[in-house]
Design a protein around this ligand. Structure first.
Ligand SMILES: [Zn+2]
Length: 465
């Protein structure tokens, strides 16, 4: 590097600065750049342009050329449950009956798995994300510390939403709130620049009205991000609107009194004030036009999880309507127990196909707007778009590089369609978070992948005993 410095007077950067180039660069905030390049210094992006422009400006930095590939902002997975990664493929025999699915999940998590097991599972899930070009997670954790540590250990960015326990009655709300905030404050104390803590009142049908109100007031006062599962299934709608069906039967069996609000989940969340906190609403499958208006007017956000919804047979959330109204929507894998993977390119592809099909051609989502939703959209949904989501000078260097040279992707006529319709997680070559390389060409750089996989196999054997 000192040679370069003698030859000219390049723009000043530190000795650790990196110059990455490839046939395509997608800033997302602007049109793709052919033969594009990015200069990363420390945690931030310091230059974007063509390879030739930046090569003249930064003569002192070694050029790393990825050839036929796309450099783009990291993908954002705005709804995951990393802590149940060990359940991948374990609940499929029960998913035709949502009740059996929930019971098998809860029993296994409670009786078979230790805290250490859950932490290993979360670590594996976070690594799966890093390998898939996910640089930022919105993770929900009943055992929040597992996801929190997993993101930190893998060098990932994210918000971990500490989830409520089953807490459907007002009488215990103060106690429930105390339990939740104790766990949240523990996470909060361990926050870093990359990993932050939020709160997740689980869903309108498992959290009492009083607890919702306590959490909302606290979140608004303390500026805490919250995420809620909402309008996911017909069973939820039945309980909320008529006090009948699957969940009502469970409550009857548990001798719990449940007064149906006789409104939709979104209407209910609006009525009791939760939408004031601009929550990230996961699913929003069962939403009416007026529900969508409420989401838009309150500036609530949506985590769209089409594969999980389809795998359960829950239906299709109206992505095209969310996008038309400029609602902040990103993609979520949900847990790998109901997906069964964390591959945001695949999620985005599936989202596009089902949205086009469901809209009967009335609106045709484009590859460009969907790739934007998978990056900037997710960042906006998590309220992190000032820091990430696009490749722009001054933003955090959350950058991925996706190879386009597999015969299954060739030829490339348009980079957006090649990425959306012909690429997947396994094409990712490099994942950088805040300038730090966490995955490259098959190798995890922050954790021992072989060890994590070996432990996961031990855990799965124990689960099947
Ligand atoms: Zn979920």
């Amino acid at each position: 590097m000192s040679d370069g410095q003698k030859k000219s007077s390049p723009s000043p950067v530190s000795v650790s600065a990196r110059f990455l180039t490839a046939d395509y660069l997608l800033p997302i905030s602007a049109a793709p750049i052919a033969n594009g390049a990015i200069v990363v210094d420390g945690k931030k992006i310091v230059a974007i342009g063509t390879k030739s422009e930046l090569a003249e400006e930064f003569t002192q930095i070694k050029v790393e050329d990825f050839g036929e590939a796309a450099i783009m902002p990291g993908l954002v997975n705005c709804h995951s449950h990393l802590e149940i990664t060990a359940m991948r493929g374990f609940l499929d025999d029960a998913e035709a009956d949502f009740y059996s699915w929930l019971i098998k999940l809860t029993k296994t998590r409670g009786e078979r798995l230790t805290e250490a097991d859950v932490k290993i599972a979360a670590l594996a899930g976070a690594l799966e994300g890093a390998r898939a070009g996910v640089t930022c997670f919105g993770d929900i954790g009943r055992f929040g510390v597992a996801g929190f540590q997993a993101l930190k250990t893998n060098g990932l960015r994210g918000v971990v939403f500490q989830e409520t326990e089953f807490s459907p009655i007002d009488e215990t709300a103060d106690e429930d709130f105390k339990k939740l905030t104790d766990k949240f404050l523990e996470l909060k104390a361990g926050e870093t620049a990359l990993v932050r803590a939020g709160l997740s009142p689980h869903a309108p049908y498992t959290v009492s009205r009083k607890l919702f109100e306590l959490i909302t007031d606290y979140a608004i006062k303390e500026n805490i991000k919250i995420s809620v599962h909402a309008a996911e299934s017909n069973q939820e709608t039945d309980l909320m609107e008529t006090g009948t069906g699957f969940f009502a039967d469970i409550y009857k069996n548990l001798n719990l009194e449940w007064n149906a609000p006789r409104s939709s989940s979104i209407e209910y969340l609006s009525q009791i004030g939760v939408l004031r906190a601009k929550p990230l609403l996961a699913h929003c499958v069962k939403v009416s036009e007026s529900d969508i208006e409420r989401i838009e007017e309150s500036d609530s956000r949506v985590a769209h999880c089409p594969k999980s919804n389809a795998k359960f047979g829950h239906g299709i959330a109206p992505l095209e309507k969310f996008l038309r109204r400029k609602i902040r929507v990103g993609f979520g894998s949900d847990s790998v127990a109901s997906n069964n993977n964390c591959d945001i390119l695949e999620e985005a592809r599936f989202a596009t196909l089902v949205a086009r099909s469901a809209a009967n051609g009335s609106r045709f989502l484009t590859a460009t707007e969907i790739i934007e939703a998978a990056t900037l959209g997710g960042a906006r949904a998590l309220g992190l778009d000032r820091e990430i989501g696009t490749l722009e000078v001054g933003k955090q260097a959350d950058v991925i590089i996706i190879s386009l040279d597999n015969v299954a992707q060739q030829p490339i006529h348009d980079v957006y369609t090649a990425l959306l319709f012909a690429s997947n997680a396994r094409d990712v070559r490099l994942t950088l978070v805040a300038g730090e390389e966490i995955y490259r060409d098959g190798s995890a750089l922050k954790i021992d992948e072989a060890e994590v996989k070996a432990k996961l196999r031990e855990i799965s054997a124990k689960m099947r005993e």
